[in-house]
Ligand binder design. Sequence first.
Ligand code: SER
Length: 399
Amino acid sequence: MNPMSTLTTEQTLSTFLDFYRDQGHHRITGSSLIPPPGDPVLFTTAGMHPLTPYLEGRPHPLGRRLVNVQRCLRTSDLDEVGDPTHLTVFQMLGSWSLGDYDGPQSLRWGHRLLREGFGIEQDRLYVTVFGGDDQVGPDERSLETWTDLGVPVELTREDNWWSNGPTGPCGPDSEIFLWTGEGPPQSTPTTDPRWVEVWNHVMMRYRRHEDGSLETLRQSGIDTGMGLERLVSVLQGKSSVFESDLFEPWMRTLPGLWSLDETSLRVVCDHLRSGITVVGDGVRPSNTGRGYVLRRLVRRLLTLLWRGDPSRTLTDLPRELVEHTLDHFRQSCEVGDVRDVLDVLGGEEQRFRKLLERGRLVLSRHGYDGSLGQDDYDYLHQTHGLPRELVDGLLTETG
Ligand code: SER
């Protein structure tokens, strides 16, 4: 695929921030991965989380036009990590209008930035727009704006409605796709994966209540979000996010350290980055909540590492990669912070290793084979602390 831009990750980030600053937006500081109290999610999964109260009407101390880069963690599609575009942890570039300009203005600026700031050719753009459902009519204004800008539009229902959870602020959105295929652009975003979604503009007009009803917000807002890592890989003409300049230190170092197939390498790299970032925001492994998400990420990557060679250890992880990750996500990377991350990952590795050893012992002592009933799983979990997932993994090992 031809590169569309020669910008590095850092230059792409500053082009975005400068563009919005020039349109009168104030930069707010990215927040932790831990959302504010009352937010329905465990981790910040979108740049707007820290802004929820302001999108619902509270005045923001920095004004009505904001821009930001926010680290986000999404573990809802873990099984897709390893493909060319999915990452669990990423930077989201965001812009907001808090009761200031409208949707068409946001789309026009978005189009200008993509065309003039990033140099994307017009024919590599396609967008989707909300086509209406039982509760809300089609988003005519977005449709008109894109048509006026000469960008083709596909109308959808569910795919073009954004919400932060079952309740809270929500509204119709318009997603921008870039053509990543070899030949001339063809087909449409919902029918061809070579159209890659890079940017979402949400018209935050409603609040969803517990009973499913929608209330129109007193002030409507705009919330846009664009994943930096995915954008950069598309702009740089790479066939996966892992090939962009941002991943260069990882892809230079990891294959020499552990020999893994391509998909496992990507998953290990991704989960290490998210593990480092989550620990960097103060989370520690545990059996519930955020700590459990961290534990699962670390154990998933160790399982892949040990499949090839059980003596592999995270104590070999170069400090440089921890520093690089904390730095990219704008987290503190003093010597002590890097040491903490390595200690926490190392400690979790030891616990997992011991648990597996105990699991193997218990399974062989009781003569368990592949056919366990619920009572067996309950016994193994309650008496020996061996979760079902782990028992199944061990049974596959021996079976
Ligand atoms: N909140 C929207 C999203 O996550 C836009 O930022 O896609």
